[in-house]
Every structure is written in C-alpha cells, then in structure tokens.
Design a protein around this ligand. Structure first.
Ligand code: ARG
Length: 592
C-alpha cells in the first residue's frame, strides 16, 4: 500500500531540508520536516512549519550565514525540493513569518482516486507489530454496564483499525472471573441449593442471584467470614468450589456472548483465573530482584516514581487480587506472548492502577521502551451520563442494562423506517428494513461513543444520536446509501457500466467541490494512522463526517448521473465512506 499524502509531503520536505542544510541531518530535532494540514484551505492544502526552527538552529551555531530571515530559509527549502516533488506539489509558496504553503497537484489527486477504485482505500504501516488489546472485560455474575459497553466499542474499533493496517492483533477479554465476589456466590449457592451436585440449579437471573447473595453478605458477619474462606478455597483448587465457579462462569459467558453477537465484536477470553497458577513464579522473580517488601504477611511493591504507591502483590491472607493478576498478565503478554504493544481500555478511574502496573513492569525489566521495542498504553474513558448530566440510570433509578439500551435504539429506528416506507420515501422490503434498523440503531450507539474524545464524559441522548442531520451514524449511513444508490441508478437507468469504471475510468477534477472531495479522499490514510497512533477513534469519525460533507457538497453542485468521469468520484467516495464505517464497527448501508 501507498503512503498517505501527509507522509509523502513530509518525506519530500525532509529530503529538501537535509539537502539544503546537511549540518542538521544528524540532529534529532530535525529528523523529519514539520508538515501539517493547512488550517485554512484558502492558503493551501498542507504547510511546512520548519523554516523558523531551522533558522534558529543555524543562527545558534554562531556561524555567519547568508540567511538573514526565516523567509530565506523557506526559499532555500523550496529550491531544494527534489524534482519528483513537483508531481505531488503544485503551488509552493513562502508565507507569513516563514512557512511554506503547498497545494497538491490535481493529477496526483486523480491518480489517488483511481487507486481507490482499483485497490480500495489503502493505508500503509511503518512496521508490523504484535499488538494486544485488553478490552470489554466485564465481571462474572455482574451485569455488563455502560462502562463495559464503552470499552467494548472503543476496543473493537481500535482492533479493526490495527488489523486493517496489517498488524497482528490479539483481542483479549480479561474477564473478572476470579474476584472476591466468588466466595460469596459459592457459599450462597451451597446454602440455598444443598443438592446442587446432583441437581444443578437453573439460574437464569444471575444478577438477581448476585443481589441476594450480596444481601446476606451485608447482613451476616458469619456469612461474610464464610465467604472470605470461600475465596481462598476456590483459589486453592477445591473441586466443589471449582464446579460451582464453572457453572456461574458459563451462565455469564452465555449472556456476554449475546451482547458481542449483537454488536458484531470478536474477543478471546483470558480471564483473571488464567493467571492464577502463574502468579507464584512472578512473585518469586520480583522477590529475587529485591523489588518486594513484606508487610504483616502481605507482599508489597512500591511503584509510581516519586509519589510512591503500593501494589498489593499478595494479600496478608495469602490471596491474590486485581494487582497480582495484572502483574502476571502483563508479564505473560510481554514475555510469553512477545507482544510489542499492549493497550488496556477501561474507565479513567483505573488510570493509576495501570500506570503502577506499567511502572512495575519497567522496574522488573520486562519492557524496553527506550529502543522503541515496546509500547504500553492505558486508554481511560470518561463516564456515561444521562441527559441531566448525572450518572446514567433508568427512570426508576436502576443502572441501565446494556441490552435494554441497544433494544431501544433499534426499536426507535424500526419505527422511523416503517414510517418512511408508509410515506413512500423508502423502497425497502420488510426484511431489509429490519436489517437496516439494526445497522442504524447499533451504529448510532457506537458512533455517539466513538466520536467523543475517549477521555471526556459523555451524555447519552437517543434524540441526539438518532438525528438524521447532525454528526451521527444515521446521517453517515444515509449518505453512504445515497452514494451507492446513485451508482445503482446510473447502471439501471442510464445503462452505464459501473464495473468498467472500476477497471480504469478516468476522473477529472474541474469543479472546486470535486477537487475538495478528491483531496479529502486522499487523506484517508493519514486520518487512520493518526487515530491509531493516538488511540483516538474520534479522529476517524471526524474524517468520515467531513468526507461525507464534502461528498454532499459535490452532489449538490455537480450533475453526476450521466457523467462517467464524475461517477468515478462517486464510486470512490461510496467505497471510502463504507470502509470507514466498517472500521468503526458500523455495518454500511447501500440502500435506505
Ligand atoms: N474487569 C474490570 C472492570 O470491570 C476491567 C479489567 C480490565 N483489564 C485488566 N487487565 N485489568 O473494571
């Protein structure tokens, strides 16, 4: 695959910089020229901001120079642009206090549009990485809540992008299947169903079961103590406890899977229990490195740099908790699975926990970040709020169940599509309408989440996410369908062979809206790479939103149906919008 436009222009200016100023070639601050998209399209498409910094660096050497002003540096850079640069850059001019504006060659953009028809939207990666994304990770016997929904949606989208770039991605569900809640659940089950071995209870409402067990736990100190012992028995491998544990996990797992199926999310389960047997060796290793401190039977590891915070490596009763498990997990991922990049996606409240785990991994010598071998990230997302800005809950005050929330979005979209069909605005059949309602409903929920900066809190509002005109999945899916239906129409009504356009149709960029659209299409790779590098799916949502807006401008300004050259642009846009939606985990629509 070809490099993105930004990468190509950056490489050109880097070459010019090292040619004109060879003394900077070894300087780490000048490894690459600073090129960015132009803030204002009136001035150009891209700008190079390096001249000022180069000017200062040359001046600092104290060497007399003919370059009296940053503008002279800019001029020297332009003069040194390699000849091939003119295939990409049309107008190159010095502006303001010394930066360079660039407009991209029309012919170059035309070639990129044709590329999209031939190969689909493309983006290259610098180096193939072994990535592991730890996401979703709900807790057994507890309901999956909106926080887990955010983790699932953000994680799945990042995985799709990483996979598309060609990385080797492990999608890991670090299910909470080993926590202290099990002591309570196991003991409660034994007491309520003494015959459970012969006659296993059919628990369909696990949350109700959890609530009942928790009530006994809260009111009876004796039960609380039995529950504590229950955890130790389970972790020590008591067969009866294990059997009950497995029963409970299976029930939860089936419930989680229903949600994943609906959202079309694939995950591999490596729950907390998976690491239980690996923890003792990890503790031995840390002990041998003198990294642990004994404290009344407990084992502690001080992490977090200056503001030292303890990680509980082993509890005083000998048990292992969340910290112990994550220590073993990160070691396993880096050392046994040889992952280059490990990404954790949870609520922002767990940021400290993960930064301590990362710190511990550094102290233990499991990571090599200095040579760029490893990268560790925690993506901490904000809270989902109701429209009143408070914690998201139902009218009756309960926490919102995930399945209900998804159902509601689909129900609303089904109603609005049915209305469209009745009004004669849509030619969808009943079953097509069903599928479309699911794509729209789930798409709307996913998009509303992904378009946020992950770090910020967000207000959940059906009215906003289901708006047909705003920055919503609904608007994008309608636009996607509109572009596809133009192609169908051209074929069916005008007899144009759209498949033949694919093979090598010509495109001309005459109208300004055509050029603006082609430029936007050529920027797909850089939007995607930025989203992945910064772990911000919202970079890709704003890209596809702008692309759709440029596409709509074009359709409004230009007559396309009988112009094969313009249909090429329609086709490239249809493909790119659909592809972006897929990367966001949204099923594209070709008909509405
Ligand atoms: N189960 C946890 C929760 O519900 C999330 C686990 C995240 N992953 C991890 N390796 N700790 O908040």
């Amino acid at each position: 695959p070809r490099r993105g436009l930004l990468a190509v222009i950056t490489a050109l200016f880097t070459e010019a910089m090292h040619e004109a100023f060879p003394e900077l070639a070894g300087n780490p601050n000048f490894r690459r020229a600073d090129v960015a998209k132009c803030g204002n399209a009136v001035h150009g498409d891209y700008q190079c901001n390096s001249p000022m910094a180069i000017y200062k660096a040359i001046k600092a050497t104290g060497r007399p120079s003919v370059l009296a002003r940053p503008q002279d540096v800019a001029k020297a850079l332009i003069d040194s642009l390699p000849a091939k640069g003119h295939e990409v850059c049309a107008e190159v001019s010095v502006a303001g206090a010394g930066f360079i504006n660039v407009r991209v060659q029309g012919a170059y953009l035309q070639a990129r549009v044709k590329d999209i028809l031939l190969h689909g939207p493309q983006a290259a990666m610098a180096r193939k990485l072994r990535v592991l994304v730890d996401f979703s990770s709900p807790n057994i016997a507890k309901e999956m809540h909106v926080g887990h929904l955010r983790s699932t949606i953000i994680g799945d989208s990042l995985c799709r992008m990483l996979e598309f770039l060609g990385h080797d991605v492990a999608r890991v569900n670090h299910v909470g299947d080993w926590g202290t809640q099990f002591g309570m659940l196991i003991k409660y089950l034994k007491e309520e169903y003494p015959n459970f071995m012969q006659d296993p209870p059919n628990i369909t409402d696990l949350t109700g079961f959890y609530k009942a067990a928790k009530a006994r736990f809260d009111e009876s100190p004796a039960f609380k103590e039995r529950a504590r012992v229950g955890v130790v028995e389970l972790q020590a491998g008591d067969p009866e406890s294990r059997a009950i544990w497995k029963l409970l996990c299976d029930i939860s797992r089936a419930e989680f899977q229903k949600v994943y199926d609906r959202l079309d999310v694939r995950l591999e389960e490596y729950g907390e229990s998976f690491y239980n047997d690996r923890i003792p060796a990890v503790i031995e290793e840390l002990k041998a490195e003198n990294l642990l401190e004994e404290d009344g039977g407990a084992m502690i590891m001080w992490c977090g740099g200056k503001h030292q915070i303890p990680l509980m490596v082993r509890k005083s009763d000998g048990g292992y908790g969340y910290d112990s498990t994550d220590l073993a997990a990160i070691r396993y991922r880096l050392k046994d699975l040889s992952r280059d990049w490990v990404i954790y996606i949870t609520d922002a409240g767990q940021a400290t926990h993960f930064h301590m785990i990362f710190d511990a991994a550094r102290m233990a010598g499991w990571v090599d970040e200095e040579h760029g071998r490893h990268r560790l990230d925690h993506v901490g997302f904000g809270v989902v709020q109701g429209e009143d800005g408070k914690r998201f809950k139902t009218r009756s005050g309960d926490t919102v169940r995930l399945v209900d929330l998804l159902d509601e979005a689909v129900v609303r979209m089904t109603a609005s599509l049915t209305q469209r069909i009745e009004d004669g605005k849509s030619a969808l059949s009943k079953s097509e309408a069903c599928e479309a309602a699911a794509a729209l409903g789930y798409g709307a929920v996913k998009y509303a989440d992904l378009k946020q900066n992950p770090g910020t809190d967000y207000q959940f509002s059906y009215d906003r996410m289901l708006d047909t005109k705003g920055d919503t999945a609904i608007y994008l899916l309608f636009t996607c369908a509109r572009f596809h239906s133009i192609l169908r129409k051209a074929e069916e009504e005008k007899g144009i062979d759209v498949k033949a356009l694919e093979a090598g149709g010509d495109v001309v960029l005459e109208h300004p809206t055509e050029r603006a659209l082609a430029l936007e299409l050529a920027q797909f790779a850089e939007a995607l790479q930025q989203a992945v590098l910064e772990l911000m799916p919202n970079r890709l949502t704003s890209y596809v939103f702008f692309l759709s807006a440029r596409g709509t401008d074009f359709l409004e300004a230009c007559h396309v149906l009988t112009h094969p050259k313009r249909l090429v642009l329609v086709h490239a846009t249809a493909l790119t919008i659909a592809h972006c939606l897929e990367l966001l985990g949204i099923t594209p629509l070709t008909k509405i």
